[in-house]
Design a protein around this ligand. Structure first.
Ligand code: PLP
Length: 422
């Protein structure tokens, strides 16, 4: 099936007389006839639902749909995008280990890496994703467990050279984790370019209607965990499952099964059946929404670039963008819906502009069908020092515009009148 059809049909096939729409299995638990059957489930010798933290039919259908869209062997839904990125890393790294991440990433992920993982004993080195191969490789240490980046970075809209980063990671026996939130599998499938693990905040375009928090981890299934001595937890017996060895028992799906049965079991940041139902509704219309988000964003980015009061416009779909060549390679269908730009009048002009908007609302969010704006330096990236802000590609006067699916003329009219008053 092509992606429009996968978005509708992957993950759930009703039988005779069953609901056409994915049903919400609103049950925390599932019954069995014998203790022998339940024991097999607990020993991972049989597949089946027994407790919603570890698996639920509604959540399972959404996981299968997203895995199909990304071209992975399996997926694990989480309660938020933050949980997805945290689990994706913790499934590989423990205290004493190290991660290499690009610097221009979402502020929440930056905090997770720079503060919380550090407290847990996992160090993260941030690198400039446009630095040379050698400069990036220098950050890799014997205890490094992964390289991390965002396909389209939030909010600087940098495009990740996925093939290059994957090559550098693989040369050192490391997997590449790519947060594909802004692109969605409709615009880019990182696994096709050599990434090994993909994460998402499903709260963004996948839901798309600003109704449901969520995250997901997708396993590409191609990384060989046995080939490198860096990943003993994949090849040595897990005492919490009577000595089970993940790579032997689950082959290509070792990573995603381990994330579920070890980390989701113990940490419990699971998606709910109701939440998965909402995400599924969003996924059903994802391709047509992304087309409109991309078209509207390009039109607004082009208009903003011609305005006297506007400085830099960050949108890789613009021919003038330094990331345009990368965008043509990785995002040929469009560069998603976020346009970041700087007002020449700085922080104050940014505030005046945002306060003057009418239809476009101020929201700590992106990827909604309704257009919204935000001032990253005073909100999402507030915890970052000026130095870290620059590393994340943000200036104090930067405005992040998340372009929705309204008629572009209405959006332009609102931007024009607000700019007049900025
Ligand atoms: N990754 C990216 C690229 C994001 O933009 C966000 C949130 O904005 C997250 C992860 C975190 O996701 P959530 O807000 O669902 O926890």
């Amino acid at each position: 099936m092509k992606e429009e059809s996968l978005c509708l049909y992957a993950g759930y096939t009703p039988g005779n007389g069953e609901p056409r729409v994915l049903p919400i299995t609103q049950s925390t638990t599932f019954t069995y006839a014998s203790t022998a059957e339940v024991s097999k489930l607990f020993d991972l010798e049989a597949e089946g639902f027994f407790y919603t933290r570890l698996g639920n039919p509604t959540v399972d259908a959404v996981e299968k749909k997203i895995a199909a869209l990304e071209g992975g062997v399996g997926a694990l839904c989480t309660s938020s995008g933050q949980a997805a990125n945290m689990l994706a890393v913790l499934n590989l790294a423990r205290s004493g280990d190290h991660i290499v991440s690009t610097g221009s990433i979402y502020g929440g992920t930056f905090n997770l890496f720079a503060v919380t993982l550090k407290r847990m004993g996992i160090e993260v080195t941030f690198v400039d994703q446009h630095a040379s191969d050698a400069e990036i490789a220098v950050a890799i240490r014997p205890e490094t467990k992964a390289v991390f980046g965002e396909t389209l970075s939030n909010p600087s809209m940098d495009v990740l050279d996925i093939e290059r980063l994957a090559r550098i990671a693989h040369e050192h026996g490391l997997p590449l984790i790519v947060d594909n939130t802004f692109a969605t599998p409709v615009l880019c499938r990182p696994l096709d370019f050599g990434a090994d693990i993909v994460t998402h905040s499903t709260t963004k375009y996948m839901d798309g209607h600003a109704v449901q928090m969520g995250g997901v981890i997708v396993d590409g299934g191609r990384f060989d965990w046995t080939a490198s001595p860096r990943f003993p937890e994949f090849v040595e017996p897990d005492a919490s499952y009577h000595g089970l060895v993940y790579t032997q028992a689950f082959g290509k799906a070792a990573y995603i099964v381990k994330a579920r049965v070890q980390l989701m079991r113990d940490m419990g940041m699971c998606q709910t059946p109701q939440g998965a139902f909402y995400i599924n509704l969003g996924l059903e219309t994802l391709p047509m929404r992304m087309e409109k988000h991309c078209a509207n964003a390009l039109r607004l980015a082009q208009w903003l670039s011609g305005q006297e009061k506007v400085g830099e416009v960050l949108y890789p779909g613009l021919a003038s963008s330094p990331c345009h060549a990368l965008a043509q390679k990785y995002l040929p269908k469009g560069c998603s819906g976020v346009v970041s730009f700087t007002l020449k009048g700085g922080r104050e002009a940014g505030a005046r502009f945002i306060d003057a908007l009418n239809m476009i609302s101020l929201q700590v969010h992106v990827a909604d069908i309704r257009t919204c704006v935000l001032h990253p330096a005073s909100s999402t990236h507030r915890q970052l020092s000026d130095e870290q802000l620059v590393e994340a590609g943000i200036t104090p006067g930067m405005v992040r515009l998340s372009v929705g699916v309204e008629h572009p003329d209405d959006l332009l009219a609102d931007l024009r009148q607000a700019l007049d008053r900025a």
